[in-house]
Each structure stands twice: as structure tokens, then as C-alpha cells.
Design a protein around this ligand. Structure first.
Ligand code: M6R
Length: 517
């Protein structure tokens, strides 16, 4: 019997070989080759099940975690880790295997993490581990620090809704203990960190999906406030090109799960490349592969996120990134006033988000206008452009409405051609130095009969009209506007998805943690 998470890339030649040996395949899955191969290896050379697994794994290519059991001896499982995560949960008179500690938290808090290429033999009472070279190794047992607070939705209909409403508390947790005398400290980075961060001349951030969007926001912050050049790249692109090294570059990886295959692969790749000052992971899951393999770590402390659509993980990532910008800026001589503004804005953020959440009802009403729409366009400028991207991602992910985001200044370079009365255009319009520019972009849409939904601060000077709805929002400190304006985007996507009757927490074709390529 086989359990398999991941991809066996060479399953076709293996299938061919096994067919020639007389095996009949009854499924279309790559998993089936593992079962036949194990059977073949056992018949040919015999040996203990872990030895069979060692030979099977030698023939497999790809990224996977797998477990096999000989049905004649169901008291023993043998697991192999290659590219995908695998954890062993220790119990009393029972042991468990899973791809994520979260799945096992209801039954145990004691874990052993398999390293790359390792094989484990598990019975009810024993665990034995062999490394890639076939040597027997001891793996430490770790008490999980992950708080299992996600078991129950409480009064909420969905995990996503619960997680949106948890954001004020999640951000409070993220901030806790990270200030001292009005200064951001981040002492958990360790003793040598300040010396290292002082040398940073460039920041390279790598992430996927929603985490990539928070990285994009931070690029504006790193350059404008800390004066540090910053590049941001999607992990699946970064890992397959040959990036040129910048002097004094710090590598930051961003991930809710810490198990995203592409982000991990990019981190491993850069470890081989000479020249990075070090790697820093910003992550929500303690004990994850990304956390274990990075030189420095900042935990986002969002609490367990169950909904596939990431919400509180995103806003807490932004919170951590802003603190990091302040810390690096401070060490490199940033204007003290800017640091004070950041500290003040962060401290007020939880209450600002509370205020925003009180707009849930009006946003629910607004969502009704989208139920028959097939497309939507999101516009933003500056550090709100990535929030437009995040709004579009949330909408397409859970409501299956095709949504795109544009930097509003790009409209006239193509997307204006899409504008008609059937194309809702969502505009993120904070009261910042780009507001007047944004108003001109809004005019371009209005003049072409587009249907506008403008999320703007009360005093931003917009007047509603038949095809322009204004959603008045409370005032916010501009530094944290990207975090603040994310919340109505989340609520809008959530309510549209409810109206459309899609599966909010488990959208089709998606997984919470993408542990394979
Ligand atoms: O766990 P990670 O932050 O590395 O995950 C990256 C993406 O897979 C993830 O953010 C995805 O885009 C979300 N489902 C979006 O809501």
C-alpha cells in the first residue's frame, strides 16, 4: 500500500519497464509505479522493508514524500522524503506520519522532522531513521510551538471569514515585544544580526502568490524609507534563471507555510551561490523547512491559517516587513522621524483594522453588484498597486471571476480597451501624494462608461455618480495604508464568493500549501 504526496517525474519510463516485467497498471497515477516497484524489489532481492524502500527511492526522480506498507505486516510503515515535507508525530504506543505538523496537532505535539533524502521505519513504539547515504541517524524530537487554535470556526461561517476578523489580534501578536523605547528591536534575529544588517546594500526577496504581493509592497518601503535597493521575484522564475549577484545582498524568503516547493528550492539554490550576506525567512509556521534552513527567522505569529485564501498571513507578513525596513533603516542611519512615524503607524494599526472590519455590511451589499460579472479590473498606484494585485488574486481564487490588476498609470497602454459597462473597476484610492494622478486615471475609465468602485478615505474629494460608487473609509496613517486597504479587498472577495456559492475555504484545484512544483 502506498501513500504519496508529490510527483514522480520519471514515472513513464518506469511504467514501461514494469509493464515489460509483467505488471498491469490499473490507474493513471504516477503513484502506482511506487507500489509495483516495491513489489518487484522485494521479490528480486528481498530484505527489510526499509531496504526495499532504499532501492525504490534510488529509482525515483521528482519531489515527493511517500509511505509504504507491506499488507502482510501492517504493524510497520516506511516513509521517504525527497523534496516534499514529511513529519513524524510521536505518541504513546502510537506514531504518526504526515506532510504537515498541523494535520497531527489534534493527536500529538511531539515531532521528528525528516531531512532531505531520509528514510524512516515506523512501528507503534519505534522510529528508526537512515540518511541519504544509508547510515542510521538519530533525529531530535521537538515539542511543537504551533498554537492549535484553528479547530473550530466559532461563530463564523468559514475559516477565511474567521481569519479576516482575527487580523487586529494577529497584528497585535506580531508586534508584541518587538519595540523598545520607541525603537523596533527584532532581537530574536540573534546577536550577530545587527552587524550583518548594517552591511546590507541590497535586498533580494523571493516568494510565491500572496507572499509575493507582500514582498512587492515592501520593495516600495525598503527603497523609499530605508534607502536600500530591493528586488522581488517569483520563486519559480528565480530558481530557473541565473541571477547576477549584487554586492552586500540579503536574501529574504517569504512564506506562510514555509513548505512552498519553489521558495524552498530558490533558498537552497542561493545557499550554493557565493556572496549572499545571509538568508532571512519570514514565515508563519515554526519548525517548517524554510525556518529550519534559513540563517535568520522572523515569525509572523498570525496563528494557524486554514483557509486556502491567505488573509491574516498576508497582513502580518506586511507588518513584519515594515518592522524589518525600520530596523535595517535604523542601522543604516535612517531619519529618526521616519522610524517614529513607522512605530506610531504600526501601533495604531490594530484599531484601524477594527474600524475597517466594521464596514463588513456595506461591502456585503456592494458584492451583490458582482454576482453576474465575469471579469473585474483592480487598480492601484505606488505601494497600493500590489494590493490591487492581491485583491484580484483573492477574487479569482475564491469566486472564480477572472480578475486582473494594473498599476493605474498603465491603463492607457492597453487595458482601457477592456472598459465597458460590464467591467467593474475596483480602485484603491488612499489620500496620498498619488491621489491626483489616480483621479485622472479614474476619469479615463469614467469617460469610457466603466463601472467604478472607489475605495477612498472620506475626505479624498470624490463624488459618487450613477456609474461611480464611492466606498468611504476611515483615515489611516499612509505608511500602513497597504495593510489597511487589504481588508476591504478580502471582504469583497469573500462576499462575492458567498453569493456565487463557491467553496470559500477549499477553492477548486488549489491546495493550502504547494509542496510540489
Ligand atoms: O505558504 P506560502 O506563503 O509560501 O504560499 C504561497 C502561495 O501558494 C499562497 O500565498 C497562495 O497564493 C494563496 N493561496 C493565495 O491566497
Amino acid at each position: 500500500m502506498v501513500v504519496h504526496n508529490g510527483i514522480i517525474e520519471n514515472h513513464e519510463p518506469l511504467c514501461e519497464q514494469l509493464r515489460e516485467r509483467g505488471y498491469t497498471f490499473v490507474t493513471q497515477t504516477d503513484t502506482e509505479v511506487i507500489a509495483h516497484l516495491a513489489h518487484w524489489e522485494q521479490r528480486q532481492q528481498g530484505g527489510a522493508l526499509f531496504e526495499v524502500m532504499q532501492r525504490v527511492v534510488g529509482a525515483l526522480r521528482g519531489a515527493y514524500g511517500t509511505v509504504i506498507m507491506d499488507i502482510r505486516d501492517p504493524s510497520m510503515l516506511v516513509a521517504a522524503r525527497s523534496g516534499s515535507p514529511l513529519v513524524i508525530g510521536r505518541g504513546i504506543g502510537e506514531n504518526f506520519l504526515a506532510s504537515d505538523q498541523l494535520a497531527l496537532l489534534p493527536v500529538t505535539r511531539r515531532f521528528m522532522f525528516l531531512e532531505e533524502g531520509e528514510i524512516a521505519e515506523i512501528t507503534r513504539r519505534t522510529v528508526r531513521v537512515w540518511d541519504q547515504a544509508g547510515e542510521s541517524v538519530e533525529r531530535p524530537e521537538i515539542e511543537s510551538q504551533v498554537k492549535y487554535d484553528a479547530g473550530d470556526k466559532g461563530l463564523y461561517r468559514h475559516y477565511m471569514q474567521k481569519e479576516i476578523f482575527e487580523q487586529p489580534q494577529a497584528i497585535k501578536n506580531t508586534l508584541e515585544g518587538r519595540f523598545s523605547h520607541g525603537e523596533i528591536t527584532l532581537s530574536e534575529l540573534g546577536d550577530g544580526a545587527d552587524a550583518l544588517l548594517r552591511q546590507v546594500q541590497h535586498v533580494q526577496i523571493i516568494a510565491c502568490g500572496t507572499s509575493y504581493h507582500s514582498a512587492m509592497v515592501s520593495r516600495y518601503w525598503f527603497e523609499a524609507m530605508a534607502g536600500v535597493p530591493c528586488d522581488v521575484e517569483i520563486a519559480s522564475e528565480f530558481r530557473y534563471r541565473k541571477p547576477a549577484m549584487r554586492p552586500g545582498s540579503l536574501l529574504i524568503t517569504l512564506s506562510q507555510s514555509g513548505e512552498t516547493a519553489d521558495t524552498l528550492a530558490a533558498l537552497r539554490l542561493t545557499k550554493k551561490a557565493l556572496g549572499y550576506l545571509g538568508s532571512l525567512a519570514i514565515c508563519n509556521v515554526a519548525g517548517s523547512s524554510l525556518v529550519r534552513e534559513s540563517d535568520m527567522v522572523l515569525m509572523t505569529r498570525a496563528g494557524t491559517e486554514i483557509g486556502v485564501a491567505s488573509t491574516k498571513a498576508f497582513t502580518t507578513q506586511l507588518t513584519v516587513l515594515l518592522m524589518l525596513v525600520a530596523r535595517i533603516g535604523h542601522l543604516r542611519g535612517m531619519d529618526q522621524e521616519i522610524e517614529e512615524d513607522i512605530v506610531h503607524a504600526l501601533q495604531t494599526l490594530p484599531s484601524r483594522i477594527e474600524q475597517m472590519l466594521s464596514l463588513d455590511k456595506p461591502i456585503e451589499t456592494l458584492a451583490e453588484g458582482f454576482s453576474d460579472k465575469h471579469h473585474a479590473l483592480f487598480l492601484g498606484r505606488g505601494d497600493l498597486y500590489p494590493i490591487a494585485m492581491e485583491g484580484a488574486l483573492k477574487l479569482k481564487e475564491i469566486s472564480y471571476i477572472h480578475a486582473e490588476a494594473y498599476a493605474a498609470g498603465e491603463l492607457k497602454h492597453g487595458p482601457l480597451a477592456l472598459i465597458d459597462a460590464d467591467m467593474p473597476v475596483i480602485v484603491i484610492a488612499p489620500n496620498n501624494e498619488l491621489l491626483e494622478k489616480l483621479k485622472s486615471n479614474i476619469e479615463e475609465v469614467r469617460a469610457r462608461g466603466g463601472l467604478l468602485y472607489v475605495f477612498a478615505e472620506q475626505d479624498a474629494g470624490f463624488t459618487a455618480s450613477e456609474n461611480m460608487k464611492i466606498i468611504p473609509l476611515p483615515r489611516v496613517e499612509q505608511i500602513v495604508a497597504p495593510i489597511f486597504y487589504t481588508v476591504p479587498m478580502q471582504l469583497l472577495a469573500y462576499h462575492i464568493s458567498l453569493i456565487k456559492g463557491t467553496d470559500v475555504d477549499q477553492p477548486r484545484n488549489l491546495a493550502k500549501s504547494v509542496t510540489v512544483e
